[in-house]
Design a protein around this ligand. Sequence first.
Ligand code: NDP
Length: 329
Amino acid sequence: MYAASEQRYESMKYRRLGRSGLKLPAISLGWWYNFGALDSLANARAIACRAFDRGVTHFDLANNYGPPPGSAELTFGQLFKSDFAPYRDELIVSTKAGYDMWAGPYGEWGSRKNLLASLDQSLMRMGLEYVDIFYSHRFDPETPLEETMGALASAVRQGKALYVGISNYTPEQTTQAVRILRDLGTPCLIHQASYNMFNRWVEQGLLEVLDQEGIGCIVFSPLAQGLLTDRYLKGIPPGARATKTERVWLTAQDVDGSLAKVHQLNEIARQRGQTLAQMALAWVLRKVQVTSALIGASRVEQLEDDLAALAHLQFSAEELQAIEDVLAA
Ligand code: NDP
């Protein structure tokens, strides 16, 4: 039986989500890759336990994480039963609905039918009575936003979620969703959006909206799925994400296309006395609106490397400019 480290709250930094009552660890752990049925349960357990031992109190899931879809939640359910149940009140567990999950017209998108059925399925798989955060995973252009947001508010009223959030919504869609949720008496807690040095769309209006509305932001793929680390500096290693064939979200072409900049960024990181992964995390966390950087890890050593970013989050103006110069070139 796992016993969490007594020192688990000593080094993590906790940041408040917008103007809410909830704080998240500056680095949170995502279960998109490495926690499915095809992955080693022992490795998944080692990563999750080490994360919690280091104060990572937030685990982020979705109905479709795996592969196969649903299996990351099943892994969580197994680990919750064997290890984490005594710590339920120290954990923030999130899940989402909106992407393809089951066959037929109700297995995806933003209908009330999809969201509430999906949440029930997620709770069953995870063996939880409630999740801390339930997200609409993507905006549905064909469903009235009132219906999607109404389903989120219902989840809270039914006691199946404590808070709600949205993911991948544009600034305009966010403004509307926030207004509807506020009218329903269930404020939007959080926006989950992609953000890293190679993907800066949130800087084009979204962070401003979140600031005005007092909503926190958790940013996913802050390491650009591994590009912004030393993972690919000497070629593509076996087993790396860019070699995966079952879910292809990072390709060898992506690696080749970014490598020249990655080498230059790595040099700036070295001069700061950090690894590139650590600098990439500090870089997203420099924005006050960014409450937490949501990382993935395929092994415990990566997690440790990433968490060490918190020891050096400050940038000089010269360092920020040097990064801008590399990115603009
Ligand atoms: P990252 O950008 O952090 O990429 C994680 C990958 O980077 C790891 O799997 C590993 O690759 C590599 N890596 C991590 N740390 C290191 C290190 N120190 N040194 C070398 N390599 C390292 O995030 P993800 O893309 O995994 O996304 C994180 C989470 O965000 C997901 O789990 C999910 O919870 C969420 N997410 C949400 C989405 C949404 O639509 N809302 C969409 C996508 C993600 P390797 O496996 O090759 O070892």
